[in-house]
Design a protein around this ligand. Structure first.
Ligand code: CMC
Length: 440
């Protein structure tokens, strides 16, 4: 990766910022990306003019440089290391894309085989971790268990926490990708009071997850190939999404030098929120609340009412303002899964499709460019394959772990990397003197 400072110095394109209050002027370099809008390097702004910049929610701020994911929200484009998501969804697999994310290139057949082998052989958990699951209350939310167990991995795997060593970083990345389905399934099994199921090395990544979640020691379990394929696709579509809230959280935590397991655990907490990964669970809650097609107009009005906190979950996106390319791909899979698994008559699915149709014709949604996002459909697929709604965000976390570790690894090896430390616009009281309790 090129040094941003060097690139900035070499760059002839600049933008002038003139302070109209003082007449002072600064030339800020414009840095060209390989795709997408150029960025202004504001590094000297404070030094030269004494100003910070203000951008709540980072709507117009690039927090880092990255070679992993490219998004054009206006055009509905998503690329992983340059490959369009549509091509990967048609021709590739989750595990192949995971390799792409970590290495930047698609694997040759022998490289893929080796990578699959490594991931499979890291999928078991340290036996002592089993006790950790048992100490959670029986009705704990599986995301709460995920946060705790993933954070605790650093206590078990000391040989992969030295972030200055490339081999430690790589083993930590492999361990997290491999162990996430085992931890997720164990969280679920604990919540329903069933014994934890060990991984089986001859199954695929998603086949293994399905077996660990749905098999019992009492009978044989056969992985349903449609469920396995649908999960593989959902996971691939969720693998990374550049600097979203959870990924930025992982990077920020990692910028202080925290160990990788702790960083991924912080990403899981950020993902949990309903405006981010928690949306897929919230979609189902909203559909259940609406309950009947006849009540859709009432709920659309609630969604439009500024005084009503209700939002139509699964609609809208921070960057995709025309459509979510992942939603288009997953919508087709959703129809296929529901057709093949015989859930097409599920009243919630009918309701979802009517809601999608009505909302897409509604002026409020059209004007604000609010389209169904990937989570609108992923929740419906999970429901069809028997995943309970409190596990939806956990499924998202399994897939996004690949993006988190790829972005974390990229950040650690970036020569521009410094501890993340945003500034603020202070609007609190000016300096004042302490008032003793009897005088307040
Ligand atoms: N239902 C009703 N109104 C909405 C919705 C919604 N789902 N989303 C946005 N709006 C309105 C919002 O009230 C605002 O209206 P106005 O301009 O009159 O004030 C306008 O649309 C713009 O919304 P915003 O909140 O300023 O947009 P944002 O970019 O800050 O937020 C979002 C994006 C995803 C947080 C938001 O659309 C939302 O809360 N959607 C529902 C939750 C959801 O489905 N999230 C999953 C995103 S996909 C998974 C992922 O990548 O994490």
């Amino acid at each position: 990766m090129k040094s941003l400072k060097e690139e900035s110095k070499m760059n002839k394109d600049t933008i002038s910022v003139i302070d109209n209050r003082t007449g002072r002027q600064v030339e800020l370099p414009i840095i060209q990306p390989s795709q997408g809008p150029a960025v202004i390097d504001i590094g000297t702004l404070y030094k030269e003019l004494g100003y910070f910049t203000y951008d709540p929610g980072f709507l117009a701020t690039a927090s880092c440089q990255s070679e992993i994911t490219y998004i054009d929200g206006d055009e509905g484009i998503l690329q992983y290391c340059g490959y369009p998501i549509e091509q990967l969804a048609e021709k590739s697999s989750f595990i192949e894309v995971a390799y792409l994310m970590l290495k930047g290139e698609l694997p040759k057949p022998d490289e893929l085989k080796k990578f699959e082998d490594i991931i499979v052989h890291h999928s078991m958990l340290n036996e002592s971790l089993k006790n950790f699951f048992h100490s959670f209350y029986h009705d704990a939310h599986p995301m709460a268990i995920m946060v705790g167990v993933v954070g605790s991995l650093s206590a078990f795997y000391h040989d992969s926490t030295d972030i200055s060593k490339a081999d430690h970083r790589e083993i930590a990345a492999h361990r997290m990708i491999a162990k996430m389905p085992t931890i997720a399934a164990a969280s679920y099994k604990h919540s329903i009071g069933e014994p934890l199921v060990y991984p089986k090395n001859d199954l695929s990544y998603t086949g293994n997850l399905l077996r660990m979640m749905f098999s019992s020691p009492c009978e044989e379990y056969e992985v349903n190939p449609i469920a396995e394929k649908a999960l593989d696709l959902i996971f691939m579509l969720h693998i990374d999404h550049e600097q979203n809230a959870s990924t930025s959280t992982v990077r920020l935590a990692g910028s202080s030098g925290a160990n990788p397991f702790a960083c991924i655990s912080s990403g899981i907490t950020a993902l949990w929120g309903p405006a981010h990964g928690g949306a897929n669970e919230a979609v189902l809650s909203v559909l259940k609340e609406i309950a009947d097609v006849s009540r859709i107009p009432k709920y659309l009005e609630k969604a439009k009412n500024k005084n009503d906190p209700f939002r139509l979950m699964g609609f809208g996106h921070r960057v995709y303002k025309n459509y979510d390319p992942r939603a288009r791909i997953i919508r087709d899979m959703c129809h296929k899964v529901l057709g093949e698994l015989g859930s097409a008559n599920d009243p919630l699915f009918e309701l979802a499709l009517r809601l999608e149709e009505i909302a897409l014709k509604d002026d409020y949604f059209i004007q604000r460019k609010l389209y169904p996002n990937v989570d609108f459909y992923s929740g419906l697929i999970y429901r069809a394959i028997g995943v309970p709604s409190n596990m939806f965000t956990v499924m998202f976390a399994i897939a996004r772990t690949v993006g988190w570790v790829a972005q974390w690894t990229e950040m650690i090896s970036d020569s521009n990397q410094r501890i993340g430390r945003p500034r603020q616009l202070y609007v609190g009281p000016e300096k004042r003197n302490y008032v003793s309790p009897d005088k307040r």
